[in-house]
Design a protein around this ligand. Structure first.
Ligand code: AMP
Ligand code: GLY
Length: 423
């Protein structure tokens, strides 16, 4: 029987907690800091994900066996290393890589070099620092538009620019490198070839040597219907993704997942946890757009619905070196999630609007992304609720989720009605 601590407070962490709480080997589940949704499945503890010292003390005092790190920032900042450097935590298993492995997400330059070393298909690129600005201009002049500029470091999902005009691309490159447009994150910029195709998110769980592939998902990142307008954290997701058929997934496994895990192993980069492959299919061939070192949000909300296997048993497989013996069993149904957001998101929006009607939802699972209790349940973020449903196919699942979305209300709510429109 295992004691678990989940770090984070979004829809992803609610979905992980929902799944972990169903495990036959879970004793106690804590979430730091959690949200009113996670509180339905475990005990929220009021500790920030950035307060490594308090997290460590909590783990020691509460006999935690497994710490699941939800978001990327603590991983990139070395929480795994920090915890495991303490001898009292010898038996702790952290789900999420150490600082070195977390560079797959924390540095685009690192991940591009890694892919190059291991022959993993990705867009051609060059990277530049401020002193190499003129080389960057020359590289842009030789490249066909659209131009893809990526801040090297973490920029909260905002560090990628796709630009059609050469002069504008040069100006942006300059502002990233010389005027710190994305702060430290853009002190180095990756300029890469534009790939045209359809995107899909693929997830694996690994102990650093073996891996298991989880259900794939497609997320819808733009705020507006028809994939228009500003980028968000994600407005909805579906799983499975029809074009990611058996043939495509075989290519993903052989060309991308295997060489990635093997590459980490060969380079002595111990890696435990999830790898999120942000892929693009170019005429049926998968290319890596980005790695993330955690699960996606809102992808987790559909992946957890489709995963029948005991998630904690998979984590335990990492802890006890038996991951290779575990089976991934999937629910035959499809899943969809619709993200209900605050009007104005991803720009400025208001919080503290009372949320009504969740009790009327019978068929969907309502994961909390940004809520709080202040006498009543209220909105507390841009993304508020991820209404998630099963269906006989992805679009049927979307339809069922949408019919439950309509039972929920709060002032200035917004959601996309066209999730899955392109399938
Ligand atoms: P990222 O933050 O790396 O996921 O990039 C954000 C989005 O930009 C991706 O989801 C893609 O839609 C797009 N993108 C990134 N790199 C490329 C590329 N090389 N070619 C085409 N689109 C890209
Ligand atoms: N939904 C995309 C992400 O979690 O990065």
């Amino acid at each position: 029987m295992l004691n678990i601590l989940v770090l984070g407070s979004g829809g992803r962490e609610h979905a992980l907690s929902w799944k972990i709480s169903q495990s036959s080997i879970h004793r106690k589940l804590y979430i730091a800091p959690g949200n009113p949704g996670t509180a339905q499945h475990g005990e929220n503890v009021n500790i920030s994900i950035n307060d490594f010292k308090k997290i460590k003390d909590f783990i020691i005092n509460n006999d935690i066996d497994i710490c699941v790190v939800g978001p990327e920032a603590p991983l990139v900042n070395g929480i795994h290393d920090y915890l495991k450097n303490d001898k009292r935590l010898d038996k702790l298993t952290v789900i999420g890589p150490k600082k070195e492995g977390a560079q797959l997400e924390g540095s685009k330059d690192f991940s591009k070099k890694f892919m190059k070393r291991h022959g993993i298909p990705t867009a051609r690129y060059k990277s530049f620092t401020a002193s190499e600005l003129n080389d960057g201009f020359k590289y842009l002049e030789k490249t066909e538009p659209p131009y893809v500029l990526k801040a090297d470091g973490l920029a909260g999902g905002k560090g990628v620019l796709i630009i059609n005009d050469l002069q504008e691309a040069k100006d942006e490159l300059k502002s990233m490198l010389k005027d710190a447009k994305f702060g430290d994150a853009s002190s180095r910029v990756v300029v890469e070839e534009f790939l045209s195709g359809i995107e899909v998110s693929v997830f694996a769980i690994t102990d650093g040597k073996n891996f298991k592939i989880l259900p794939e998902a497609k997320d819808y990142k733009r705020i507006g219907e028809g994939d228009t307008g500003l980028n968000t954290g994600g407005m909805g997701a579906v799983s499975p993704v029809p074009f990611a058929n058996e043939l495509f997934m075989e290519k993903v496994k052989d060309r991308i997942i295997k060489p990635t895990v093997r590459g980490l192993y060969d380079e002595n980069i111990a890696y435990q946890g999830f790898i999120f492959f942000g892929l693009i299919s170019v005429k049926g061939d998968p290319y890596v757009i980005e790695y993330n070192v955690r699960m996606g949000d809102p992808e987790t909300e559909v992946v957890m619905l489709r995963l029948k296997s005991d998630l904690l048993d998979l984590f335990d497989g990492i802890a006890s070196n038996t991951l290779s013996e575990k089976d991934i069993v999937l629910d035959p149904r499809s899943a969809a999630t619709i993200m209900m957001v605050s009007g104005g998101y991803p720009e400025s929006f208001q919080k503290s609007k009372e949320i009504k009607g969740i009790d009327k939802v019978k068929d969907s699972i309502v994961f909390h992304a940004g809520t709080k209790v202040n006498k009543t349940l209220q909105t507390n973020g841009g993304r508020v609720l991820a209404v998630s449903a099963y269906g006989k196919d992805p679009l049927d699942a979307v339809k069922r989720a949408l019919s439950d979305v309509k039972k929920i209300s709060y002032s200035k709510m917004y959601y996309r009605k066209d999730i899955g429109f392109d399938l």
